[in-house]
Design a protein around this ligand. Structure first.
Ligand SMILES: CC(C)(COP(=O)(O)OP(=O)(O)OC[C@H]1O[C@@H](n2cnc3c(N)ncnc32)[C@H](O)[C@@H]1OP(=O)(O)O)[C@@H](O)C(=O)NCCC(=O)NCCS
Length: 157
């Protein structure tokens, strides 16, 4: 598969939202909350997870990078840069099911890290669910060290 990584364009948004919903099935906090409490406020986990892409684009569209193969979006990575602290964060990363295990996730992470370096940032952070074996394997393999574990709670009002 011949994949190029390029900057986000506004017409990518529907494809990124769709990819996010399909890719994150089983590995998103939004779905865990729904599994525990049911559908909340008339919005299911897919609606809420797709909105993360809207938020990423609204926060920093120049920090979103898209992987394209034969004109099709097969992955993306989103970033946030905090110049005051020198911190680069990767909030979302996804690769289409049929493009996985080819090194694309690693390439997208490396692309985000190069973006942070070009901005003069000092360090990068990324997080994954404990239930996500790929994230738990891939991030240390990309040089990240584990610094904390967090437990999430939710309740109905
Ligand atoms: C995480 C994700 C982006 C990785 O994309 P990818 O293109 O498959 O990534 P890569 O091919 O670069 O690397 C995948 C690595 O995970 C490994 N892997 C695959 N399945 C695995 C499993 N069940 N358990 C442990 N490791 C696994 C692969 O062997 C590979 O490691 P290697 O290079 O050391 O052999 C992709 O799986 C995805 O979109 N997942 C759903 C969304 C998600 O989890 N996003 C990240 C949220 S924190």
């Amino acid at each position: 598969m011949d994949v190029v990584i390029r900057p986000y364009r506004p017409d990518d948004l529907p494809a990124l939202r769709e990819l996010t919903v399909s890719a994150f099935d089983g590995v998103t906090l939004e779905q865990n909350v729904e599994d525990a409490l049911g559908v909340l406020n008339g919005r299911d986990w897919m609606w809420r997870k797709a909105r993360h892409v809207d938020e990423d684009v609204a926060a920093d569209s120049a920090g979103v990078f898209v992987a394209e193969a034969d004109g099709r979006v097969v992955g993306y990575v989103s970033t946030r840069a905090d110049r005051d602290t020198g911190k680069g964060r990767i909030p979302n990363l996804a690769v289409a099911a049929d493009a996985r295990n080819l090194g694309l996730g690693r390439r997208l992470i490396e692309h985000a890290l190069d973006h942070f370096r070009a901005l003069g940032l000092s360090y990068a952070v990324i997080e994954t669910m404990a239930q996500n074996p790929v994230g738990n394997h891939l991030y240390p393999a990309c040089g990240f060290v584990e610094v904390a574990r967090q437990v999430h709670f939710a309740r109905k009002l």
